[in-house]
Write a protein that binds this ligand. Structure first.
Ligand SMILES: [Fe+2]
Ligand SMILES: [Fe+2]
Length: 420
C-alpha cells in the first residue's frame, strides 16, 4: 500500500494543535469518569435470567437501571418469527423496586416474568424503557417432560470475584455452552450488602446470565455476620431479592431464598442454611411428598457433613437427613467449606452397602480461597481435597446422572454416576 503524505495535516497551525490536544485531554478526563461509573448509566445493566417454578412455560428476567426511566418493560418474540413482518414482539410491563444504596444513591431494579411460553422454543427478548433498550438476547425454554439436559453447579465464588472468578465462568461456558442453567450454592459475594461486589459478580459473568438462567441460594455471606448484630437485624441482604426473580413457593418469610422448581424430569429444591431450619424441613417434606419428577436434587450452602475443622451442622443431620432418606434424594449440592468433598451414597448418616440406594453429598468451591480439611467424616467420603477452583457439569438422563467436576484447565477432577 502506498502512503501519501497529507499536506493539509502538515499545515495545521499551532492554535489548532493546542485545540486538538485540549479536546483529547477533555475526552480522556470525562471518558474515564464515565467508565468509573461517575456518570449515571441510563441503560439496563445486570440483566439476569432466572428459572420459574415451571421453566417450560415461563421465564423470569431482572435488570437494573441507575435512573428511573418511563414505562420499564421487556419485549419477547420467538426467534423463528423475528424477521417476519407480521410478527411483533409481545410486551410485558416490569415491576420496579427502588433500592437506596446509600443516602445519596438510589437504583432501580426491574423484573418481568414472561408467561404463556411454549416448551423447548428459542425466544429473543430485550429489556428497557421508553428510550433505552438492551440488546436482544436469547434463551430456550425447557421441555415439559423428562428429557436429557446438563446444568452447571458452582461452589463459593466470594473472593476476588472479577479478577479471579471470571476465568472459571468463561472456562465453564466454553466447556458447556448449552447448559440449561447454572446453579450457585451460595456465597457469591463476601459482603451481600456491598453493591460493588455484586457489580464484580455481574462483570465477571458478562453476558452469560442474559442467555443462561442462574439459580441461586444465599450463603452466610449474603446475610450479615450474626456475631455482630442483634437477632432482629439478622435478615437476607437488601440487595438479594431486587437482583433476582426466583420462585416464591418457599415457606413464609423465606421467599426467594427457599424454593423448588422442576426441570425436565428433575425436582430441584433450594434450601437456606442460615435460618428457620426446622420450618424448612417441614416444608421440604410437603414438597417431596407431592413430587412426581424422576430425580430429586437438593442444594444448600452449609454442608450436612462438613469437611471444615470449625464446623459441624448436626441440626441438618437431625432435621434434613431423615427427609432426604425418606424421599430418596439423589444428590445434595453444597458450598461453604472452601474445599472439595464427595460422599459415598449415604442413608441415616451412614454409608449404604454397595448397590443400595443412598444420597450423595458434594461440597465444591469455585473461588480462590481455600480452608484446611478435617478428617471428621473421612469414613463417609469417596473423595476429599482440592486447593483449586472447580466447576461441575451434571448431565441428567432418564436412567443415569453423570457428574463431572472440572478444574480451570478443563481437566476432570472428580466424576461419578448415579443409576436409577
Ligand atoms: Fe464461603
Ligand atoms: Fe459460607
Amino acid at each position: 500500500m502506498t502512503v501519501k503524505k497529507d499536506n493539509k495535516f502538515m499545515k495545521i497551525s499551532k492554535i489548532n494543535r493546542y485545540l486538538l490536544f485540549a479536546g483529547l485531554a477533555l475526552f480522556l478526563i470525562f471518558g474515564h469518569a464515565r467508565a468509573d461509573g461517575n456518570t449515571l448509566n441510563v441503560f439496563p445493566e445486570r440483566i439476569v435470567l432466572n428459572l420459574t417454578q415451571t421453566p417450560y412455560n415461563s421465564q423470569a428476567v431482572t435488570w437494573r437501571t441507575q435512573k428511573m426511566g418511563t414505562s420499564p418493560r421487556a419485549q419477547i418474540i420467538r426467534v423463528s418469527e423475528f424477521s417476519s413482518l407480521e410478527s411483533t414482539p409481545k410486551i410485558f410491563s416490569a415491576r420496579t423496586s427502588a433500592v437506596d444504596l446509600d443516602k445519596k444513591t438510589t437504583v432501580y431494579h426491574h423484573s418481568v416474568v414472561f408467561n404463556s411460553l411454549e416448551p423447548n422454543v428459542l425466544y429473543a427478548y430485550r429489556v428497557g424503557d421508553d428510550q433505552h433498550f438492551s440488546e436482544w438476547n436469547q434463551f430456550i425454554t425447557a421441555s415439559e417432560k423428562l428429557k436429557s439436559f446438563t446444568f452447571l453447579y458452582f461452589g463459593d465464588i466470594q473472593n476476588q470475584i472479577q479478577s479471579m472468578c471470571s476465568r472459571v465462568f468463561r472456562t465453564a461456558f466454553q466447556k458447556q455452552p448449552d447448559a440449561g442453567f447454572w446453579l450457585f450454592a451460595g456465597d457469591m459475594v463476601d459482603n451481600g450488602d456491598d453493591d460493588k461486589e455484586w457489580k464484580e459478580f455481574f462483570n465477571a459473568m458478562g453476558w452469560i446470565p442474559r442467555t443462561i438462567p442462574l439459580m441461586l441460594l444465599p450463603g452466610n455471606h449474603e446475610y450479615p455476620d450474626r456475631r455482630f448484630i442483634p437477632l432482629e437485624d439478622y435478615k437476607i441482604s437488601k440487595l438479594w431479592r431486587p437482583h433476582f426473580t426466583l420462585p416464591e413457593n418457599g415457606p413464609k418469610d423465606l421467599e426467594e431464598t427457599v424454593f423448588s422448581f422442576e426441570y425436565q424430569g428433575v425436582c430441584f429444591v433450594m434450601l437456606n442454611g442460615n435460618e428457620l431450619i426446622e420450618k424448612q424441613a417441614k416444608w421440604l417434606e410437603k414438597i417431596l411428598s407431592k413430587n412426581r419428577q424422576h430425580w430429586v436434587i437438593v442444594s444448600i450452602h452449609q454442608p450436612v457433613y462438613s469437611i471444615s475443622k470449625r464446623r459441624n451442622r448436626t441440626d441438618f443431620q437431625k432435621f434434613f437427613v431423615p427427609v432426604f432418606d425418606r424421599f430418596s434424594v439423589d444428590l445434595v449440592l453444597q458450598g461453604h467449606d472452601h474445599a472439595y468433598s464427595r460422599t459415598f451414597p449415604l442413608r441415616n448418616n451412614q454409608r449404604v452397602p454397595d448397590k443400595e440406594k443412598g444420597t450423595v453429598y458434594v461440597i465444591s468451591i469455585a473461588g480462590p480461597k481455600f480452608y484446611p480439611i478435617s478428617s471428621r467424616y473421612d469414613h463417609l467420603m469417596a473423595k476429599t481435597g482440592s486447593r483449586e477452583p472447580l466447576f461441575q457439569s451434571i448431565r441428567v438422563d432418564a436412567d443415569t446422572l453423570h457428574y463431572t467436576s472440572y478444574n480451570i484447565m478443563k481437566q476432570v477432577y472428580d466424576s461419578f454416576e448415579i443409576h436409577k
